[in-house]
Design a protein around this ligand. Structure first.
Ligand code: ATP
Ligand code: MG
Ligand code: FE
Length: 347
């Protein structure tokens, strides 16, 4: 089926078009620059930016795929999880389009979309299930056990405070680096010693593992970095920014991969899929590759344009629902900022 996907859950306005599992268009407009001076995504600004970007992004995607609205078999839209106001803009636009063009509309889950994105890579390889999936972005840090994309996604754990990308953004800020912090920390850390400072690994002590084996916590790490920097400054010493960045990055990456590989081992699943903007991190990729190779686990990392938020992953999830003969969502659905990962389709 020919499906158009609309994604507006955070700061990317994404419109993607797929035919089955073939990618025809993936156009993204980001309001990231507008959030830079606030050090993080400002929901109201994101929502307004979506409103302005939707029409041109849609036109660009239709042109790129060389199709018209009439040609579509269905439209899919992210209905959650995400920022309520941002989601509402996409959901409203999708309903208008679906009604206007007389097309069935599917309300789908953003996080499940991240998992589905993997089938769109152009090396032709298909994702094998079951897989463990680690989704790491500015808004999410989730560990999933995926047995079936639509009907059987289990949430193993998630962050209990800051998301991994959020931690990168906050630590970059306290080191005086601009937003978004991930790429900045990556750049600065390249010249640093990851073993220079031993920062805490959240929720990895035996007592934490009992209740939070697959959960993450990064706010303590952020505070530890802040304290360390304050103490160093108070002592009148220069702050070794490269070492701090490298040591902080190492702590995040270590916890992410330790928990993901523990899930693979516990569940007897020899596959790990990564998704989300933090996958751009050079050290995440390095450590994931090394540890997966050592453990005999197949590592799948979609191209970055499919890892960050995009409409194509929403379209492909919609196409999957159409292919399975699922009913469209009734137009009464709304944005659901806390939609659980167990609902691939929101009803
Ligand atoms: P959502 O959480 O809804 O997916 P988002 O917009 O926060 O939305 P993405 O756009 O996928 O998520 O990713 C943005 C985040 O990824 C930011 O927090 C950014 O700092 C982080 N990031 C980007 N590049 C890197 C990098 N090289 N290293 C670490 N983090 C990075
Ligand atoms: Mg984003
Ligand atoms: Fe996302």
């Amino acid at each position: 089926p020919l499906v158009l996907g609309i994604e507006t859950s955070c700061d990317e306005t994404g419109i993607g078009i797929v035919r089955g599992r073939t990618l025809l268009a993936n156009v993204i407009a980001s309001s990231m620059d507008e959030h830079a001076r606030y050090g993080g995504v400002v929901p109201e600004i994101a929502a307004r930016a979506h409103l302005e970007a939707l029409q041109p992004t849609l036109s660009a995607a239709l042109a790129e795929a060389d199709v018209s609205l009439d040609d579509l078999d269905a439209i899919a839209v992210t209905s959650g999880p995400g920022l309520a106001g941002a989601l509402m803009v996409g959901v409203g636009a999708a309903k208008a389009l679906a009604l206007g063009a007389g097309k069935p509309l599917y309300a789908v889950n953003h996080l499940v979309g991240h998992v589905g994105a993997d089938v769109l890579r152009d090396d032709g390889s298909e994702i094998e299930l079951p897989t463990i999936a680690l989704l790491v972005s500015g808004g999410h840090t989730s560990l999933l056990h995926v047995r079936d994309l639509v009907d059987d996604v289990e949430l193993l754990g998630e962050t209990i405070d800051d998301a991994a990308g959020e931690a990168f953004d906050k630590v970059a800020r306290l080191l005086g680096l601009p937003y978004p912090g991930g790429p900045q920390i990556d750049r600065v850390a390249a010249d640093g010693d990851p073993a220079a400072i031993r920062f805490p690994r959240g929720l990895t002590l035996p007592k934490d593992l009992e209740k939070h084996r697959y959960d993450f916590s990064f706010s303590g790490l952020k505070t530890a970095v802040a304290r360390w920097v304050e103490k160093t400054e108070a002592a009148g010493s220069p702050v070794p920014t490269a070492d701090v960045a490298a040591s902080f990055r190492e702590a995040v990456v270590d916890v992410l991969l330790t928990k993901a590989l523990a899930a693979c081992a516990d569940r007897g699943v020899p596959r790990l899929l990564l998704g989300g903007g933090v996958v751009a991190n050079a050290r995440v990729r390095e450590v994931a590759a090394a540890r997966c190779a050592e453990a005999g686990i197949e590592l799948r990392i979609p191209p970055l344009s499919l890892c960050t938020d995009n409409g194509a992953m929403i379209a492909v999830l919609g196409a999957e629902l159409v292919a399975r003969g699922r009913r469209p969502s009734p137009l009464s659905f709304g944005a659901d900022s806390t939609l659980p990962v167990t609902s691939a389709q929101a009803l």
